[in-house]
Write a protein that binds this ligand. Structure first.
Ligand code: NAD
Length: 251
């Protein structure tokens, strides 16, 4: 059993989505206080309801469009005012659209980069002063298998997720001696609202490539987040954890 989560304070971006909700619940069950950020107020209300159903305390919700630097800084400042510190940052907010590169507008490319990459940079930078002061921090950034292997119709998305890996490894080196760990998770296909759009043909095609023969659940990712946020990950930094049901080991 890993420890280090009780009475810690975690910011989760994209907390109203599939993986964000599963992660918020997992961390809160271990006694972590959660500062849940999302652009959609309705998704945060649903998260509050899930906490009530489980009689979990320690939740603060905050509406924020993470593409705006000043909104991210305000969110982090409110977390520090509320909980006194930030121990854990989980960057989950992201979008995923389909388009061949030959047809892609610069606006579509830019929007993906703004949400998937810039928001991660803003949050990582904003939490550093609290983490450096306490000489303790766990930063977990959500990449994707697409950022490692590429994906047809997802050049923008794949590039954004590869950027997250480069950002995370660079930051990991910058703060390795300061008690701060920075790691990435690269999921394969996880059953969340983001992947609800797949056709039965696409589902069958993907399943044929996954050795475990099933899509991941949001909680499969949340378990890894719980581990990376705990003291179990104290000697791990700059790593990418592939949560793919074995997909990535298949050539
Ligand atoms: N589901 C998958 O198969 C899969 C695979 C690999 C990687 N990922 C990545 O995992 C992360 C979570 O995905 P999910 O499946 O839970 O998706 P999801 O759509 O359920 O959740 C994403 C959340 O991000 C929030 N968000 C979007 N734009 C935002 C913004 N500008 N500011 C603040 N919040 C914003 C959304 O409101 C939503 O709640 C994403 O970064 C995604 O790219 C997902």
């Amino acid at each position: 059993m890993f420890s280090g989560l009780k009475d810690s304070a975690a910011i989760i971006s994209g907390a109203g989505g599939g993986m964000g909700t599963a992660s918020a619940l997992r961390l809160a069950r271990e006694g972590c206080r959660v500062f849940a950020v999302d652009i959609h107020p309705g998704s945060l209300e649903k998260l509050e309801e899930r906490f009530r159903q489980e009689n979990l305390g320690g939740l603060t919700t905050h509406v924020c469009d993470a593409i705006h630097e000043h909104e991210v800084e305000e969110a982090v400042e409110r977390c520090v005012r509320t909980y006194g510190k930030v121990d854990i940052l989980v960057n989950i907010a992201g979008i995923y659209t389909d388009c061949l590169l030959k047809d892609m507008s610069y606006a579509e490319w830019r929007r993906t980069m703004d949400i998937n990459v810039d928001s991660v940079m803003f949050f990582c930078r904003a939490v550093l002063s609290s983490m450096l002061e306490n000489r303790h921090g766990k930063i977990i950034n959500m990449a994707s298998q697409a950022g490692v292997s590429g994906s047809v119709t997802h050049a923008h998305y794949s590039a954004s997720k590869a950027a997250i890996i480069g950002l995370s490894r660079s930051l990991a080196r910058e703060v390795a001696e300061c008690g701060i760990n920075v790691n990435c998770i690269a999921p394969g296909i996880i059953r969340t609202p983001m992947t609800a759009c797949y056709t039965p043909e696409q589902v069958a095609g993907f399943l044929g490539k996954i050795p475990m023969g099933r899509f991941g659940e949001a909680d499969d990712v949340a378990k890894v987040i719980e581990f990376l946020a705990s003291d179990g990950s104290d000697y791990l930094t700059g790593q990418v954890f592939n949560v793919t049901g074995g997909w990535l080991m298949v050539s």
